[in-house]
Design a protein around this ligand. Structure first.
Ligand SMILES: [Cu+2]
Length: 187
């Protein structure tokens, strides 16, 4: 007698919302309205801690490319603010970095003194439960020491492949909705 129909409804709505939320990839604008900057001693650690990052999400760095850039670096280079052996470099001023694999991502600004002034970002990316775990990691644009013409086509091919598991995740969420609706009718 403890369960009213309204309660069951509420639980189902919350469950469906939870499933849909997880299957939608989000774009995180780094620094929010402040962007990627050294102005105002922006606390990127604080910004990161107020958000969650899962595979399939992406980071958007927005900045004035005359004064800043984005370099993805190793943990040690992040700690020592060493920008000379970056894994990937972005300079457009509006750069999207896809978070394709779970784990730690480290970024800093390569302009002298900027990392030391706090323009550095560490993001821990969790595996998305609704994305298939064997989704092959997409290399970032500047990865690889010898860029070849083949890299570009390879990238675009893999970007196309990313949308497949995402739509599959949506489909599985939708089938979950159907199952729940059937359960509701039976109840
Ligand atoms: Cu900078």
């Amino acid at each position: 007698m403890g369960f009213s129909r309204e309660n069951v409804y509420l639980v189902i709505v919350l469950m469906v919302m939870g499933m849909l939320r997880k299957s939608v990839a989000s774009v995180h604008k780094v620094g929010g309205s402040a962007g990627w900057t050294i102005m105002g001693n922006f606390d990127y650690k604080k910004w990161t801690s107020s958000d969650t990052f899962t595979t399939g999400d992406s980071l958007l760095f927005v900045y004035n490319s005359q004064f800043h850039n984005v370099k993805q670096v190793s943990r040690l280079d992040f700690l020592s603010c060493n920008a000379t052996s970056a894994v990937a470099t972005y300079t457009s001023g509006s750069d999207t970095v896809a978070l394709t694999t779970p784990g730690h991502y480290y970024f800093l600004c390569g302009f002298p003194g900027h990392c030391q002034a706090g323009q550095k970002l560490h993001v821990l990316v969790a595996a998305s439960p609704s994305l298939s775990p064997d989704l092959s990691p997409t290399p970032s644009p500047s990865t690889g020491s010898s860029p070849s013409p083949a890299t570009a086509s390879e990238d675009s091919a893999q970007n196309g492949a990313v949308s497949m598991p995402l739509s599959m995740a949506l489909a599985s969420a939708m089938s979950g909705v159907v199952v729940l609706l059937v359960a509701l009718v039976l109840y």
